[in-house]
Design a protein around this ligand. Sequence first.
Ligand SMILES: Nc1ncnc2c1ncn2[C@@H]1O[C@H](COP(=O)(O)OP(=O)(O)OP(=O)(O)O)[C@@H](O)[C@H]1O
Ligand SMILES: NC(=O)c1ccc[n+]([C@@H]2O[C@H](COP(=O)(O)O)[C@@H](O)[C@H]2O)c1
Ligand SMILES: [Zn+2]
Length: 319
Amino acid sequence: MRKIKQWGFCLNVWKFCRCTISLSSRSHLASSDAIYQPLQNMEKSDDRTEVVLLATGSFNPITVMHLRLFELARDYLHDTGKYKVIKGIISPVCDGYKKKGLIEASHRLAMANLATKTSDWLEVDSWECSQKQWTETVLVLRHHQQKLTNANIVDTWEKDAHKKGHKRKRENSHQDKPNSYLQENKAVPQVKLLCGADMLESLGKPNLWKNEDVIEILSSFGIICITRLGSNASNFIYESDILWKYKHMIHLVEEWITNDISSTKIRRALRRGMSIRYLVPDSVVEYIQNHELYSEESEEKNSGVILEPLARNTKDSQL
Ligand SMILES: Nc1ncnc2c1ncn2[C@@H]1O[C@H](COP(=O)(O)OP(=O)(O)OP(=O)(O)O)[C@@H](O)[C@H]1O
Ligand SMILES: NC(=O)c1ccc[n+]([C@@H]2O[C@H](COP(=O)(O)O)[C@@H](O)[C@H]2O)c1
Ligand SMILES: [Zn+2]
């Protein structure tokens, strides 16, 4: 009787173990089905082109409309199903641009940093405004594209080295990587220029942009242009032979919730002691107050000075 009970006990222990093993192995399978497989599928099915949006400009000061440009462009590109926007970069122009009323880059940069604090995908880059001289927009685009290419090469190189069991340090790994990594790498995100319709129209102003720059911006990068009151982007594309030729590289995004916010109007309101609240982020209002920015005097900065691109291109065309 005792032996039968012992046998019964052993049988139960065995059944329990078998059940637990089969359950745990099944739950392992279930988890691999549920977690790993869809991820693999997601990776496979997500063949969208990664895009980094770059907006250049004075940002004197940054307004909520500048931030809206990015949101509008991202929604638009995601809607196409072809693009995945991974980052937005705000690149304030340097003081050497010499635009009338342009205050110091350090302040414009600080305000842009405050304004983007609440965003998890927008960042401000100081490369352009820390250059000694004004930099052509095409060079700013090239700079950011190159940075992404370098980062991508390092990643691929590191992954490859990791697979082979070598550990490489990020800081020194991109100098000695072979060039073949550049060609093999197909997943480098694309930089695209983000602008408002007035900036697009400025491409047609004599001596402001070089033709070869416009062609490179359109053919190598592409433009996302947001409509703006007072500008007619589609008509401008129609009337410009270069833009018409590259119209497939221009995404025109309609802003349906129109408003007329501009930095010029913000500066005007400030000079007149009027409120700018809700037109720029609160942190920017506070910064402007604390540093007593934008006065009659600051508006006179660069007054009578020729805008640097005009001066440079006019000089070049006379050579
Ligand atoms: N309300 C707006 N709608 C569409 N685009 C805008 C708007 N405001 C600014 N932008 C775009 O933002 C970029 C940076 O512009 P910028 O810093 O010159 O601002 P702004 O408001 O036009 O300033 P300013 O009045 O000093 O010219 C440009 O591409 C410009 O076209
Ligand atoms: N030839 C060029 O590359 C060229 C000419 C004029 C303006 N831009 C850029 O366009 C932007 C215009 O800004 P604003 O609208 O604030 O003047 C600036 O970033 C400026 O550097 C570039
Ligand atoms: Zn402007």
